[in-house]
Design a protein around this ligand. Structure first.
Ligand code: SF4
Length: 699
């Protein structure tokens, strides 16, 4: 390590790449890939390589707390003491008048574990409501529910090293070449060194990930389950299932077999709009391989049938017995850097710390006794979209939004805007003066950003890393955890006077003792001595656990994995004569979420600088749309006006819009979420971002 050099972890996606941060004498940082890090081995993608510019450019940063006493009054600069005293007074009044469920916290998968921990403890353990949810609800909640239903726990069973051990990778509903680039570099290198490794990509778009696939199944959006069942049927017919594993380690196979035989492969091919031969070829690749890594992300998760889609893919690992073995297992690629850490501390409206169950009375008592606050409510809290519905109809009075930008990221964004207008009290805890939520804030709390605070994160292979504080935050900005703890003390609650972030971390680890995510015994020094470590932590051996379920004993009551076979009925909004296209939304290569950080870097705009509607050449010709012509896209909820890009990346009848852009200079016509549907999965409560009906006309 050089002088003035500190190790950290990239703050963008769930891949969790290691970085080295150097600080110069002018307090400017330089970020490079950490060659000793097990995840990225020195490499960084375009976002990680430009991380230093987002830290060094402080032109948009919030420097001091602001508050207004009335909606018609302007915001004014106030002290931390004044702002937190008044915010606590408003919260106390609302809670005593309308009850604890009248307030809510909406946080983020970008929060550090310590931040999640204290906000969850404050809300569930002291205010007495479970109205604490995060934007991970928009991202991973379908995968969480499916892991619990099939494996008994929200536990990603694989490790990244399984990539190089896999001889067949099935990637469904994801474009890791753009969205998880450093993992994808490992897939590409593995394929280059081992050309017989089979790569199957399932996606309605011909993505960069599809370009190295042996087979790209360009399915009709929403038909993933039909395809997975057809592959399941073929594996059974071809004798490519693991009968011994199914009999000894799973339940539900008979119902699954009946389900997948309800439809012929030819019928499935017609529904998915792919050649039958390609489905047969994909099944034969899986059948002929010795290992199977299934990878997926938002294409399956962000769906009104998100949990069912996840289950149907995990089923393929279970019927082939390819789980808990080198190169095998179901691997949900996490979108955000610390969605996993948030779930560890119970940071969703339906969870308790260390993956305890909100509905379990013993679990609630255990946590309440540990925290020493109030009795924990068994009523699940409002989830992300439900919070804004409750604000709109007046049931929820106050919302505290931290580290997220819901007016760009939630579906049916104009409705979300109305909901915030209707709120009695809005607190926005933010690093930047850019997010549109600030227009609705009664209180603005300036927060410290990446490298300006200390804490931990867990990446998508359960790998915990310690992020050091490297520079001071600007002005009076404070670390998020400190803001929450100061507020809790203003509310009169004890147990929030932590001397350091590590004191919070140690308290969290004690709550994990004897649970499946056990990290009790870890502290910052111990994590640093390993550089990173994967939970569960084996205290006696002082070691992490790269791969789960190697003993084939799952976390279900019977220790058997459960093969589910839900129906394939389509529940999304269907196209019709008025709205004939299917709109799907997603990310572009060089931008991150709502661009608060990556939008500041001009280099990152060189790839794609504006939102473009991707439309197939046949559809463009029929509608008289020319390349880069302005078009209007309309759904039942709103409209967008952007330029068209004509491309056979997308299927005929479908269009694609990037999700990053929000309201700019008073216009919201770049915002894809004006169009998206707030339909949610009944189990995971995750919205149907990947499918809604729209009309497209030249403007
Ligand atoms: Fe950061 Fe993800 Fe890129 Fe790695 S792959 S550098 S974690 S954005």
């Amino acid at each position: 390590m050089k002088k003035n050099e500190v190790t950290s972890t990239c703050c963008y996606c769930g891949v969790g790449c290691g970085v080295k941060v150097q600080l110069d004498t002018h307090d400017l940082v330089t970020v490079t890939g950490d060659g000793d890090h097990p995840v990225n081995r020195g490499k960084l993608c375009s976002k990680g390589m430009n991380l230093q510019y987002t830290v060094n450019d402080r032109s948009d940063r919030l420097h001091y707390p602001q508050m207004r006493y009335h909606r018609n009054m302007p915001l004014q600069r106030v002290s931390w003491d004044d702002v937190l005293t008044r915010t606590a007074a408003v919260f106390r009044t609302l809670i005593s008048t309308y009850g604890p469920d009248s307030v809510a916290f909406y946080a983020s998968g970008q929060c550090l574990t310590e931040e999640y921990y204290v906000v969850n403890k404050l809300m569930k353990g002291f205010i007495g409501s479970n109205n604490i949810d995060t934007n991970s609800r928009l991202c991973m909640s379908s995968a969480v529910a499916a892991y619990k239903m099939s494996l008994g726990e929200d536990s990603v069973p694989i490790c990244y090293d399984d990539i190089e051990l896999a001889d067949c990778l099935l990637i469904e509903g994801g474009n890791p070449a753009w969205c998880h680039p450093i993992l994808w570099r490992r897939v590409e290198a593995h394929k280059a060194e081992n050309p017989k490794t089979r790569i199957i990509v399932v996606d309605p778009r011909k993505t960069d990930s599809a370009s190295i696939a042996d087979i790209h199944l360009q399915i009709q959006p929403g038909t993933d389950m039909v395809l997975n069942y057809a592959i399941g049927r073929l594996l059974i017919e071809n004798g490519d299932i693991d009968v011994d594993f199914i009999e000894n380690h799973t339940e539900g196979f008979a119902a699954y077999k009946a389900r997948v035989f309800e439809r012929t492969v030819a019928e499935a091919a017609w529904i998915c709009r792919v050649p039958e031969g390609e489905i047969r070829q994909a099944a034969s690749f899986i059948g002929a391989s010795k290992s199977l890594l299934t990878l997926w992300t938002m294409g399956l998760n962000q769906s009104v049938k998100g949990v069912d889609k996840n289950l149907s893919l995990i089923d393929l690992n279970l019927i082939t017995g390819r789980i808990g073995k080198p190169g095998s297992g179901p691997f949900s690629l996490t979108g955000q850097p610390n969605a996993m850490g948030g779930r560890e501390v119970g940071g969703l409206a339906n969870l308790l710390p260390a993956h305890r169950d909100l509905k379990n009375e013993a679990h609630r008592r255990e946590v309440a006794d540990f925290w020493g606050g109030t009795v924990l409510s068994d009523k699940p809290g409002l989830t992300a979209t439900e919070m804004f519905d409750a604000l709109a109809d007046g049931k929820l009075k106050a919302i505290w939004i931290l580290c997220t930008n819901p007016l760009t990221s939630l579906p049916d964004a104009r409705k979300v805007e109305q909901a915030l207008k209707n709120a009695k009290f809005v607190v926005v805890q933010e690093i930047s003066n850019k997010p549109q939520t600030l227009d609705y804030a009664d209180v603005i709390l300036p927060a410290a950003g990446w490298a300006e605070k200390e804490g931990t994160m867990t990446n998508s292979e359960r790998r915990i890393s310690h992020l050091h504080k490297i520079i001071d935050p600007p002005g009076e900005a404070l670390p998020d955890a400190e803001i929450i703890c100061r507020f809790a003390q203003k509310m009169g609650y004890s147990g929030f006077d932590y001397a350091t972030p590590e004191a919070i971390y140690r308290e969290h680890t004690r709550l994990t003792a004897s649970t499946s995510i056990q990290v009790n015994g870890l502290d910052y020094a111990l994590i640093d001595s390993h550089r990173t470590i994967q939970w569960p932590y084996r205290k006696r051996r002082n070691a992490g656990t790269p791969r789960l379920f190697e003993d084939h004993r799952f976390y279900t009551p019977t220790k058997k994995a459960i093969i589910h076979s839900p129906d394939t009925e389509m529940a999304s909004e269907q196209p019709d004569a008025d709205f004939p296209f299917i709109l799907t939304t997603g990310r572009i290569r060089d931008q991150w979420h709502t661009m608060t950080k990556t939008g500041k870097v001009s280099k990152l705009k060189q790839h794609i600088s504006e939102p473009l509607l991707e439309i197939h050449p046949n559809d463009a010709e029929r509608l008289g749309i020319k390349e880069r012509q302005l078009v209007e896209i309309t759904s039942r909820r709103g409209n967008v006006r952007v330029k068209a890009t004509i491309s056979n990346v997308i299927k005929p009848g479908c269009v694609f819009l990037p999700m990053h852009w929000g309201k700019q200079w008073g216009s919201d016509l770049n915002r894809a979420n004006n169009l998206t549907n707030p339909l949610i999965d009944p189990v995971s409560r995750e919205p149907d971002f990947k499918f809604c009906a729209v009309r497209v006309v030249p403007y």
